[in-house]
Design a protein around this ligand. Structure first.
Ligand code: ADP
Ligand code: MG
Length: 258
């Protein structure tokens, strides 16, 4: 029997990040395997968005590194200088990470179809006709085939977020990061966005999702990571973290959101 050893999709190793004297990430370790769905829970200000931004190389850690599929994208570890990647290499790796934001961040002057097709063309992944074809397929997948000619302002928040998910998929990312993807939505629009994310989870896409939707987390997560004060307090399968939390801080947080 041969055992295939695959590198982790994402590995965050001992990441420290601070702004001035304010320590926002205080030694975070996180390993996400290909196809795994990780939900990050934690109070406001605990460093969840910063962690996603470090993974996406929008922020550089002061200490620690991040690797994607075994390729290092971080910089330093305990003062030791690791080889810095070129801007080009960083951009290449970032293009393999999808990022879905709370506020959709669609291009307002582009149609829905062009929003989805733009990045694969800009990064040279596809020519325009192929990108448009892919965009049509992806809009079908998020249930918006009939909206391709619309502009973002003509869509509901839930529809805009589904376009943002299709846009993230267009780069065929190795992992998609979601930062509170339903927090800006009216309650009646949350379900349609969660349904699309659930569909991605079931299809084996590697996902890291920051959310306060506990019921959704329970359903979709392979693993829940509870973060507080810039540290991972505890992690494990949803049933362990949600029903049998080991730490007082986790219990306090859950008692507020459940
Ligand atoms: P969360 O997403 O868990 O709410 P964040 O990662 O956004 O937390 O922020 C963690 C802490 O870092 C907060 O106290 C926030 O004010 C601070 N912070 C985040 N970004 C910056 C920044 N660019 N400059 C200074 N402080 C920041
Ligand atoms: Mg945040």
């Amino acid at each position: 029997m041969t055992t295939e050893i695959r590198p982790a999709a994402v590995e965050v190793h001992d990441v420290h990040k601070w702004y001035g004297a304010h320590r926002v990430l205080d030694g975070v370790d996180l390993t996400v395997q290909p196809g795994e769905v990780t939900v990050i829970l934690g109070p406001s200000g605990s460093g969840k968005s910063t962690l996603l931004r470090v993974i996406n190389h929008l922020e550089k850690p002061e200490i620690g590194y991040v690797s994607l599929n075994g390729e290092l994208i971080g910089v330093r570890r305990h003062g030791e200088r690791l080889k810095e990647l070129s801007e080009r290499a960083i951009l290449a790796q970032r293009s393999r990470i999808g990022f879905v934001f709370q506020n959709f961040n669609l291009f307002p002057h582009l149609t829905v179809l062009d929003n989805v097709a733009a990045a694969p063309v800009a990064t040279g992944l596809l020519r325009k006709p192929e990108a448009l074809e892919l965009a049509r397929t992806l809009l079908g997948r998020v249930g918006l085939a009939d909206k391709s000619g619309a502009y973002p302002r003509q869509l509901s928040g839930g529809q805009q977020q589904r376009v943002a998910i299709a846009r993230a998929l267009a780069l065929r990312p190795g992992v998609i990061l979601f930062d509170e993807p339903t927090s800006a939505l009216d309650p009646e629009l949350v379900g349609e966005v969660l349904a699309v994310i659930k569909d991605l989870a079931r299809s084996g896409t590697t996902l890291i999702i920051v959310t306060h939707e506990i019921g959704f987390a329970r359903e979709v997560a392979d693993r829940i990571v509870f973060v507080d004060g810039g540290r991972v307090v505890e992690e494990g399968p949803p049933a362990d973290i949600l029903d049998r939390p080991q730490h007082q801080r986790t219990r306090e947080f859950l008692s507020k959101v459940l």
